[in-house]
Design a protein around this ligand. Structure first.
Ligand code: MTE
Ligand code: LUZ
Ligand code: MOS
Length: 773
C-alpha cells in the first residue's frame, strides 16, 4: 500500500535546505546574457517610434529587440491569437512590453530598459480602464455568452418574493514566490532549449516555435519545478519564453529573462474581478424559483483565458443549488489593463460567490437563518439535480457533509451565543457563516483532458517516472510516484520523478483545472501496469503459473507459492530481453460540451466541501479578525492526506486574502502621467495574508468517502475547490455588519472586505435602519 499515505513532499528535504534548484539557481553557462523589458508608460496609444540608437549606446547593451525582429507571427496568446509578444502599432496598457534590451548583466539590461519613457514616442489615445466603460461601448474580447434553463422571466413574475441587487468582487494577484522566468539556450543545428517556469511546457514549446518560425521538434522546454504558479503561469509564461528564445536564437548566446516583482505585476494579468447584477424570485422558505444574472468581467487588453474563465463562472453560479429557472449573460470587457488570466478556481469562485451573497440577502429579507436557506436550496440526490448546463449531479454528498460540519462546529449553539454577545456589545460585533461548495472537475475544454507518462524500470530495479504534469509545490510528483510505487509493489524511495520536458512526453495539457493527479496519475499507472504485466508474464512462464495470479507487493513478486525480490526479477527479465519501460496514456471518458449553447457534460465529477467561520469586527475601524474556522472537505479517497490537507489550508488562506485584504488599484484616466497605471504593483502596497492572519482555531478535516467516479484510486482533485471555502469568512463579516441592524439588515458589502469596504457597508446599514425608522 503506497497510496493513501501521508508521505512528505518528494522535494521537502530539498525545499527546507534551500537545495531545490529553481531556474534562477541553475549555473549560468559561459556567455549568458540578460534581458529586460521596456514597458509602455501609457495605457493606450499609437507607437510612433523607438529610439534604438540611444538604447544600443547604453553600457553593456548587446542587442535591442522589437516586434519587427520577430520572424514569425507576433503572438503568444492561447486559444484566441490576440496577444502580441512586443507591442506593435498600438500600445494597450501601462506596463505592456514594447522592446527587450539584452545586456551583459541583468543590472545593465534593467538600466537601459528603464529609459522606456525617454525612448518611446507614443501618440496617446483615451484609455478605457474599467469593465463598465467597456461594457457601455460594447467593447469585448469575445461575443457575450448566454446560459439559460427554463423560463426565468415567468418564474420571477409569479414568485411570492422578489429582490434585485448587485454585487462587486475584485481581482487577485497570483503572487507566486518565484516570479516569471525563462532561460533560453541555443542548441546545435538551430535548436533551442528553454528552461521556463511554466504550468504548460507544451504550450511554451508551441508559442516559441510559432513566433520563431520553427518546427516544434526544434524547441525543447523544460521545467523541473515552479515556486508556485496558481494559474499565473498557465498561459502568461509565454511572453517571457518567447522574448528569451527570440534573443537567444538571434544572438546565439544563452539569454535569461527574469523580470523583477514590480515588472512582473505590471506586465501579467490576474484573477478576474466581476460585477453581478441580479433579479431573483423566491418562496417563503427562501427557495429560489427563478433568477436572472448578468456577469461583467474585466478581461484586460486581450482574450487570453478569459472566455473559458467566464464559462466556468457561468457554470458555477449554481454552486450547490438547484435553480429551476435561470437566465445568465456574461460579458468579457476589453480594457486598457493587463490581460486577466487563470487563478486558482478559474472563474468558479467568482460565479459561486454571487449566488452565496444572493442567498444571504434572501435569508435576511425573510428573517431566517442563512444556513437553513442554503440547505433548502441544495441540489437533490434523485430529483432537482440537473445543472443549468444540463449535467446531472450524480454524486451529491452536500447534505450529509454540511450536516456533519454543522454538528462538529456547534453551528446552532454558537449562532445563539453570537446573537447574545452582539446584543451586549455595541462596538465589537461577531458574525458566523457556514457555506457549502460544489466544484466541477475537468477542463471545460474537453480535449485538454488527456495526459501521458513514461515509466522506466532500470536493470537495478530503480524506477524513473516522467509525466506531462508540472510541479508547482502542490505535490503532484509525490502523488504520481506513490501511484507508480503502488502499481509495482515497491518502496516509494525506489521511484524518482524528473523534470517535465517536452522531449519526453509530447502534446501535454497545462497542469491546471486541478486535474494534475487525476490525469497524470492515471497515465503513469497505465505505463507502470504495462511493465508490471510484462514482468508478471516473464516470471509466470518460468514458474508455470497463470500471469494474472502474480502479485506485486512489499518489494516482491509472488505467485504459485513462490516469491522473488522485485530487483532480482527485473535483472532476470532484462537478460531475457523483456522491455522494462513503457509509455502510458489517459483521456477522461464521457465528456462533451457544446460551446454555442453552453450545455453538455463538462465535468467528470464534482468535489464538495464546507466551511464554517466566525469573525469579530470593530465597527469603528472596520477591521476584522477570524476567530475560528472549521473545514470539512471532500477529496474522495485521498492519495496523500498530508498533502491534501496542506492544499486545503493553503487555498483557504489564499481565498481569504482575495476576499478580505488583497486590493488592486489603477490610477484613474485623468490625463496625468500615471493614468492607467497599476498602483498596487509591489508587496509594499499589495497585501497578502501573513501567518498572523491564520485563524487561531483552524481545523481542517477530510470527508470520508470514495469518489464514485473511476478516478485514480478513487481520489478527487484538490487544487482549486478549497479556494471557495473562505466564502464563509466573507459572509461571516457580512453577518457581523448586519448585526448592527439586528441581523436582518442587508449590508451591501463588496469584496475584498477591507476596513474601508466594511465601513461603507456599516454606513449603508445605518442608512437602511434610519429609513425604516
Ligand atoms: N499549490 C501550490 N503549492 N502552488 C501552486 O501554484 N496551484 C493551484 C493548486 N495548488 C498551486 C497549488 C492551482 S491554480 C491548480 S489548478 C492546481 O494546484 C494544479 O495542480 P494539480 O492539478 O496537480 O492539483
Ligand atoms: N478550463 C478550465 C480551461 O476549466 N480550467 C483551466 O485551467 C483551463 N485552461 C485553459 C482552457 N480551459
Ligand atoms: Mo489553476 S487556475 O487551473 O492553474
Amino acid at each position: 500500500q503506497r497510496v493513501g499515505i501521508s508521505r512528505p513532499h518528494e522535494s521537502a528535504h530539498l525545499h527546507v535546505a534551500g537545495a531545490a534548484p529553481y531556474i534562477d539557481d541553475l549555473p549560468e553557462l559561459a556567455g549568458t546574457l540578460h534581458a529586460a523589458l521596456g514597458l509602455s508608460p501609457v495605457a493606450h496609444g499609437t507607437l510612433l517610434s523607438i529610439d534604438l540608437a540611444t538604447l544600443r549606446a547604453q553600457p553593456g547593451v548587446v542587442g535591442v529587440f522589437t516586434a519587427a525582429d520577430i520572424p514569425g507571427p507576433n503572438d503568444c496568446g492561447p486559444i484566441i491569437h490576440d496577444d502580441p509578444i512586443l507591442a506593435d502599432g498600438t500600445v494597450r496598457h501601462v506596463g505592456q512590453p514594447v522592446f527587450a534590451v539584452i545586456a551583459t548583466s541583468r543590472d545593465a539590461a534593467r538600466r537601459a530598459a528603464a529609459l522606456a519613457r525617454q525612448v518611446l514616442q507614443i501618440d496617446a489615445l483615451p484609455p478605457v480602464l474599467t469593465a463598465q466603460e467597456a461594457h457601455a461601448r460594447a467593447q469585448y474580447v469575445v461575443p457575450p455568452m448566454r446560459l439559460a434553463r427554463g423560463d426565468a422571466a415567468t418564474a420571477l413574475a409569479s414568485a411570492p418574493h422578489r429582490m434585485q441587487g448587485s454585487f462587486r468582487l475584485g481581482g487577485q494577484e497570483q503572487f507566486y514566490l518565484e516570479g516569471q522566468i525563462s532561460y533560453a539556450i541555443p542548441q546545435e543545428d538551430g535548436g533551442l532549449l528553454v528552461h521556463c517556469s511554466t504550468q504548460h511546457p507544451s504550450e511554451m514549446q508551441h508559442v516559441v516555435a510559432h513566433a520563431l518560425g520553427l518546427a516544434s521538434h526544434r524547441v525543447q522546454v523544460q521545467c523541473r519545478r515552479m515556486g508556485g504558479g496558481f494559474g499565473g503561469k498557465e498561459s502568461q509564461s509565454a511572453l517571457f519564453a518567447c522574448v528569451a528564445a527570440l534573443a537567444a536564437r538571434a544572438l546565439q548566446r544563452p539569454v535569461k529573462l527574469r523580470p523583477d516583482r514590480d515588472d512582473d505585476m505590471l506586465i501579467t494579468g490576474r484573477r478576474h474581478g466581476f460585477d453581478f447584477t441580479y433579479d431573483v424570485g423566491f418562496d417563503g422558505a427562501g427557495r429560489v424559483l427563478g433568477v436572472t444574472v448578468e456577469m461583467l468581467t474585466n478581461a484586460g487588453h486581450s482574450a487570453d483565458l478569459s472566455p473559458p474563465v467566464l464559462t466556468r463562472a457561468l457554470c458555477h453560479f449554481d454552486n450547490a443549488y438547484w435553480l429551476p429557472h435561470v437566465a445568465m449573460a456574461g460579458y468579457c470587457a476589453r480594457t486598457n489593463t493587463q490581460s486577466n488570466t487563470a487563478f486558482r478556481g478559474f472563474g468558479g469562485p467568482q460565479g459561486a460567490l454571487a449566488i452565496e451573497v444572493i442567498l444571504d440577502s434572501i435569508a435576511r429579507r425573510l428573517g431566517q437563518d442563512a444556513l437553513a436557506v442554503r440547505q433548502a436550496n441544495f441540489y437533490g440526490t434523485t430529483s432537482n439535480n440537473v445543472t443549468p448546463y444540463e449535467q446531472v449531479v450524480e454524486d451529491n454528498i452536500i447534505h450529509p457533509l454540511v450536516a456533519q460540519l454543522a454538528q462538529r462546529c456547534d453551528y446552532s449553539s454558537r449562532r445563539a451565543a453570537i446573537t447574545a454577545f452582539n446584543a451586549g456589545s455595541p462596538v465589537l460585533k461577531r458574525g458566523l457563516a457556514l457555506t457549502p461548495i460544489k466544484f466541477g472537475i475537468s477542463f471545460n475544454v474537453a480535449h485538454f483532458n488527456q495526459a501521458g507518462a513514461l515509466v522506466h524500470v532500470y536493470a537495478d530495479g530503480s524506477v524513473l517516472v516522467n509525466h506531462g504534469g508540472t510541479e508547482m509545490g502542490q505535490g503532484l510528483n509525490t502523488k504520481v510516484a506513490q501511484v507508480v510505487a503502488h502499481e509495482l509493489g515497491i518502496g516509494f524511495d525506489r521511484v524518482r520523478v524528473t523534470a517535465t520536458d517536452t522531449q519526453k512526453v509530447a502534446n501535454t495539457s497545462a497542469t491546471a483545472a486541478s486535474t494534475g493527479a487525476d490525469l497524470n496519475g492515471k497515465a503513469a499507472q497505465d505505463a507502470a501496469r504495462q511493465v508490471r504485466q510484462r514482468l508478471a508474464a516473464h516470471w509466470a512462464a518460468q514458474i508455470g503459473v497463470d500471469a494474472t495470479t502474480v502479485r506485486f507487493a512489499n518489494g516482491q513478486a509472488s505467485g504459485g507459492g513462490l516469491q522473488i525480490a522485485f530487483d532480482a526479477l527485473v535483472a532476470q527479465a532484462y537478460t531475457a530481453r523483456v522491455q522494462l519501460w513503457s509509455d502510458g496514456f489517459y483521456a477522461t471518458p464521457g465528456l462533451h460540451w457544446n460551446r454555442e449553447t453552453l450545455k453538455g457534460k463538462p465535468f467528470y465529477y464534482f468535489a464538495y466541501g464546507a466551511a464554517c467561520a466566525e469573525v469579530i469586527i470593530d465597527t469603528l475601524t472596520g477591521e476584522h479578525k477570524v476567530l475560528r474556522a472549521d473545514v470539512l472537505h471532500d477529496v474522495g479517497r485521498s492519495l496523500n492526506p498530508a498533502i491534501d490537507i496542506g492544499q486545503v489550508e493553503g487555498a483557504f488562506i489564499q481565498g481569504m486574502g482575495w476576499l478580505t485584504m488583497e486590493e488592486l488599484h489603477w490610477h484613474p484616466a485623468d490625463g496625468s502621467k500615471n493614468a492607467g497605471k497599476l498602483l498596487t504593483h509591489a508587496p509594499s502596497t499589495y497585501k497578502i495574508p501573513t501567518a498572523n492572519d491564520c485563524p487561531a482555531h483552524f481545523e481542517v478535516r477530510l470527508y470520508d468517502a470514495d469518489n464514485p467516479a473511476d478516478t485514480i484510486h478513487r481520489s478527487k482533485a484538490v487544487g482549486e475547490p478549497p479556494l471557495l471555502l473562505p466564502f464563509s469568512v466573507f459572509l461571516a463579516i457580512r453577518d457581523a455588519i448586519s448585526a448592527t441592524g439586528g441581523h436582518q439588515a442587508d449590508p451591501p458589502l463588496r469584496a475584498p472586505a477591507t476596513p474601508e469596504a466594511v465601513l461603507d457597508a456599516l454606513d449603508a446599514v445605518r442608512a437602511q435602519a434610519g429609513a425604516a425608522a
